[in-house]
Design a protein around this ligand. Sequence first.
Ligand code: NAD
Length: 484
Amino acid sequence: MDLAAPPSQLPDSLRLRHHLHVGGEWTSPADVDLIDVENPSTGELAGQVPAGTPADVDRAVAAARAAFPGWSAATPAERSAHLDRLHTALSARADDVARTIAVELGAPLKLATRVQVGLPLTVLRDHVALAARVPVEESIGNSLVVREPIGVVGAITPWNYPLHQVLAKLAPALAAGCTVVLKPSELTPLTAYLLFDAVTEAGLPPGVLNLVPGTGPVVGEALAGHPDVDLVSFTGSTATGARIMRLAADRIARVALELGGKSANVILPDADLATAVKVGVGNALLNSGQTCTAWTRMLVHRDRYDEALHLIATAVAGYRLGDPFDPATRLGPLVSAAQAERVRGHIDRALTDGARLVAGGPDAPVPVGGHFVAPTVFADVHPDSALAQEEVFGPVLAVIPFADTDEAVAIANNSKYGLAGAVWSADTDAALAVARRLRTGAVDINGAPFNPLAPFGGYKQSGLGRELGVHGLAEFCEVKAIQR
Ligand code: NAD
């Protein structure tokens, strides 16, 4: 780390990355075009990476294919030892990664350190142990059922958690015995380069992990449609997920899709309201609302509705927007001008649709220079309105009243998405009963902590398949029945 430079300015070694990582080496791309990476807090240039091409994808997929026989035949203990070395090499770079995420995403440094870097390091650590336990085999009657690595994985990831989204795919893929070509988001690619610095230091066999940065329409499409990619593991928007499915369909390639969400936070009348609101607001605003699992619809019983709105407004007032490197900052900017514009559009539409503004809104002051949007809360949001139905991916909370539990469940399930959710009640049995009725891949009761070993994924248009833990590992395996 260059101690003389201000923290928001990355040294050239971290920001000017003009190579691909293919076949175990930093190599030149086929084309000289570069992608500018913006610092969304200031609008300044944060760095540059190559604009990869289909020819680069071909080369990387060929390297991954060539590495597959060796890596898939490695013992679980060998693969686990490689992951352990990667964990050590990445841990040594934790400060640089957090700083890079604060610059290219705008996440407050404290959040970047604890969540953006802390969580994926835990996930990687977990996979050191999981890798040692594969292959998982079972006997069913006269059959030996074995799991085998699926092959070459094309991993396409979004910008909102630039390290976690990548490691949630790479760690289980490696543990299962797959080889990978990664295309990180073009908005936050610098973080992936730090990971590949660690890959180099850890001495992973050449071609096991490959990096081709670039845009979705060029590198993403080439990877998803590549005839030699066996599984496309994608995290991003539902619209792009549908496109990936279409690209994979012609060759019946496997897809794993982690997509959007519009999760409901159901606060039953006997809940500890102060805690439910505090945690609920924090969840909705985490990472400036750019979190797929964010509880963006808060459902409150009518008996406690006014009290809840008062608590929400007080909680939101404590979220200070600003420079990610200022320790007082709790919310950074949105990732791009386009994202900020989209979020402002949702706010304007909610006002037109008659929702009641409780905090923030279009006229609330924000820092100048970056893509900031004030944390905004609407009450009396109609469950069918655009704000209740569409993913905003910004710091906007919709509050909706309900009269009884059946209505709360109906409102919560009134969504094309089904990723996450929450229930609050003093009666944990009652909360569990509601949790069972929610059509989502995860539900947290009374603010229970995130479990990185639990399956993660969505019902309905929130996706296909699961990431993390043993369920995530299974996504990277084929299943074979051997009759004896
Ligand atoms: P996005 O779909 O625009 O992009 C995601 C990735 O796909 C990027 O790397 C992008 O370059 C690539 N891409 C874009 N078009 C492509 C195409 N035609 N073919 C192949 N690849 C293409 O999503 P985003 O804006 O980066 O991320 C925000 C979205 O991601 C939100 O909808 C959010 O809910 C979702 N998300 C979901 C999860 C989850 O686990 N369920 C996690 C984080 C984000």
